[in-house]
Design a protein around this ligand. Structure first.
Ligand SMILES: Nc1nc2c(ncn2[C@@H]2O[C@H](COP(=O)(O)OP(=O)(O)OP(=O)(O)O)[C@@H](O)[C@H]2O)c(=O)[nH]1
Ligand SMILES: [Mg+2]
Length: 317
């Protein structure tokens, strides 16, 4: 078993590499947080609840020797809705398209049936190198981490393959995140950069804005409600009659929920909660766009949208 703990410094050769690595794993394993840490900026939203990511998000790491495109995927899980099935399809399609697969397993949770299920599927993808990434190492002691590393090594052996690497990281504690990139890069094909210098993601602005609103709306809601929330930016228009040095961007967005009974929770007493969601996400949107924003949020019911093909299409799934 080779478990990496130290940064390996390779001499900067003339070779330039470029390619794709995807992060897969159970919901809440820390895939999006790790993507952001590697990119050095928030390109994917994160939350302390499962099934936050709902589409593949590309984050781009620029280095002198390589361009590494990370594909953050939705957590793979047992689907209970049509949305869940669609998300799983997205993940599996991604596997076929990448040069490296990073399987994320949280250090603080013992390997479970969900992990085994994913590992088994990964085993059937013979040609692509698979790196096991033990996430959230800041949450455990050395002994627990060592046990986890052994269990993961064992899992590969049981399924008849060797991990290309097993790397413990902490995205929150910024431990070994750079090392992970160092280990992925040599597995990428040689080639020129695929994205322009400076691009950190290929997410459209409108999508990123909707995601930032959804992230703010997810905070503090529980049970089924997080899954019921979807956000769509309907319109973005510069406010007319503003002096050139004082622009204002009007953004109109809908926060969708599935049932009328959920409306009250999202809006809160006297609209307090929705207002907080607006303030929080507006700040992030302004930072993203570099311009002042007027954010107008409306809550709408899209009945049982997670199970309704027509609604799903409307919401972009
Ligand atoms: N302590 C600690 N927490 C982490 C770390 N990485 C992620 N988390 C937390 O774990 C939770 C889930 O993180 P996400 O990055 O959203 O997980 P995900 O795998 O993208 O989840 P889905 O998109 O739902 O599949 C969040 O509350 C993160 O803050 C870490 O390195 N250390
Ligand atoms: Mg995610």
């Amino acid at each position: 078993m080779s478990v990496r703990t130290q940064s390996s410094e390779e001499p900067a050769g003339a070779v330039h590499r470029a390619g794709f690595a995807c992060f897969v794993g159970r919901p809440n394993a820390g895939k999006s947080t790790l993507t952001n840490a590697l990119v050095g900026q928030k390109v994917a939203i994160t939350a302390n609840q499962p099934q936050t990511t709902r589409h593949t998000v590309r984050g781009i790491v620029h280095r002198p020797d390589a361009q590494l495109i990370l594909v953050d995927t939705p957590g793979l899980h047992k689907p209970r809705t049509l949305l869940g099935e669609r998300l799983n399809d997205v993940v599996r399609t991604t596997w076929a398209e990448v040069d490296v697969i990073g399987f994320c397993l949280p250090a603080n949770e013992k390997l479970g049936p969900g992990d085994r299920f994913i590992a088994k599927e990964l085993a059937s993808i013979k040609k692509t190198p698979k790196i096991a990434i033990v996430t959230k190492t800041d949450l455990v002691d050395g002994k627990t981490l060592a046990e986890q590393l052994i269990a993961i090594d064992q899992l590969g052996k049981e399924l008849g393959f060797e991990w290309a690497e097993i790397v413990p990281v902490s995205a929150v504690g910024d431990k070994q995140v750079g090392l992970l990139a160092d280990l992925i890069v040599p597995l990428l094909p040689e080639g020129p950069a695929l994205y322009p210098e400076g691009d950190l993601t290929d997410e459209p602005e409108q999508v990123m804005i909707a995601e930032l609103i959804r992230e703010a709306a997810l905070e503090g809601v529980r049970d089924e409600l997080p899954h019921s929330i979807a956000v769509v930016v309907e319109e973005m228009l510069p406010r007319e009659d503003r002096p050139a040095d004082k622009p204002l961007l009007d953004i109109h967005a809908f926060v969708y929920i599935e049932r009328p009974s959920q409306k009250g929770i999202i809006i809160g007493p006297k609209g307090k909660r929705l207002k907080e969601v607006g303030i929080k996400s507006r700040k992030q949107i302004e930072a993203l766009l570099g311009t002042p924003v007027f954010l107008d949020l409306h809550v709408k019911v899209a009945k049982d949208w997670q199970r309704d093909p027509r609604q799903l299409r409307k919401l972009g799934f």
